[in-house]
Design a protein around this ligand. Structure first.
Ligand code: NAP
Length: 306
């Protein structure tokens, strides 16, 4: 594959950045990959693993002369990072981010980007419950979506190049307005994470009463919740603080439906429950048909306990 950006700088060296580094190296997308993370330990581990060619001691040094800069820090750290690097960015460079929320990241980053530097926000819809520089792997973005939310008057050439770059990493690219992105993600990712966190918290309280039965007899449904609820606390705290309105809107709707189902159970209304579950099962089918998940039972993990 042809080199797309001469020098790429990854800021924040966790799951997403390390996966990008591994993939870029595997495909040969950059001549040089420089990394920066706030702790020395993460910088050293990243260099040892080798998904970056070098690490910089300061963030300003890391971005000097870079053609593509990827902000891969928690959403809450974007403003601080952008403020530091803004004045050091090379004219004509492209800066993107991978934050899970788009509108507030744009509000935080845009004021610090000088004229002549192309800021194109992005969000790869790919991840696992693991974090840190050891958790990345080159196939993370393969056949996943990457949503780009370009600003008005975005440079077309820079935008097309970033689109091709994500496609080279294996992703399918979709363009969206930032606010729409935040609403869609509140439904598909943010609210489900909060529900999983809550369910695991409830079960944990119960576990104290029932002497760890919840853990010992943890069946498939609950196990899937615990996997989601093991996601990075900093990242998810920042997602909810920065996608407040859309998440609250979806949680409001969720609570109404939950009450409705609760009433159906109380009334013994089997028809309502069946119809509801039948509809949701069809949604699962359409996700599989769209190639976004496996058809194998229990996500291909073998037998289910119930
Ligand atoms: P991660 O594995 O927790 O890594 C975050 C990295 O950011 C760590 O290397 C951390 O450094 C560094 N960092 C934190 N604050 C910093 C600062 N002020 N300056 C410099 N480095 C800083 O996180 P991730 O999962 O890769 O997520 C990164 C971004 O991608 C987040 O915005 C998240 O919303 C988004 N995202 C995540 C997923 C997912 O499923 N995980 C999916 C799509 C998008 P140290 O280790 O040195 O402390």
């Amino acid at each position: 594959m042809k080199v797309m950006y001469d020098k790429v700088t990854l800021i924040g060296l966790g799951l997403i950045a390390s996966s990008m580094g591994h993939a870029m190296k595997k495909i040969g997308l950059a001549n040089e990959i420089v990394g920066f993370s706030q702790t020395k330990e993460t910088r050293e581990i990243s260099l040892d693993i080798g998904f970056v060619d070098s690490v910089a001691e300061t963030i300003e040094e890391a971005v000097a002369g870079a053609d593509l800069i990827v902000l891969s820090v928690p959403v809450g750290a974007m403003a601080e990072v952008a403020k530091k690097i803004g004045p050091k960015l090379k004219l004509g460079a492209t800066i993107t981010d991978v934050g899970s929320v788009k509108k507030s990241v744009i509000d935080m980053v845009k004021p610090h980007i000088p004229a002549g530097v192309h800021f194109i926000p992005g969000h790869p819809l790919a991840g696992t419950e693991q974090s840190g520089p050891k958790s990345g792997f080159p196939e993370l973005f393969k056949n996943r979506w990457c949503i780009l939310t370009p600003l008005e008057n975005c440079d077309e050439e820079a935008r097309n190049k970033l689109e091709k770059y994500w496609e080279a990493l294996g992703a399918n690219v979709e363009f969206m307005d930032a606010e729409h992105h935040d609403l869609v993600l509140a439904v598909t990712s943010h609210a489900p994470h909060l529900i999983a966190y809550t369910m695991v918290g409830v079960a944990d309280d119960l576990g104290r009463i029932t002497d760890k039965e919840v853990i010992n007899f943890s069946a498939a449904g609950f196990r899937d919740f615990t996997r989601i609820a093991a996601s990075d606390p900093t990242m998810w705290r920042d997602v909810f603080l920065n996608n407040k309105e859309a998440t609250l809107e979806i949680l409001g709707r969720f609570t109404e439906e939950l009450f409705d189902l609760q009433r159906a159970i109380r009334r013994g209304d089997g028809d309502q429950l069946f119809e509801y579950f039948d509809r949701t099962r069809a949604i699962r089918r359409s996700i599989i048909d769209a190639g976004q998940d496996t058809e194998a039972a229990n996500f291909g993990r073998g037998s289910v306990d119930e």
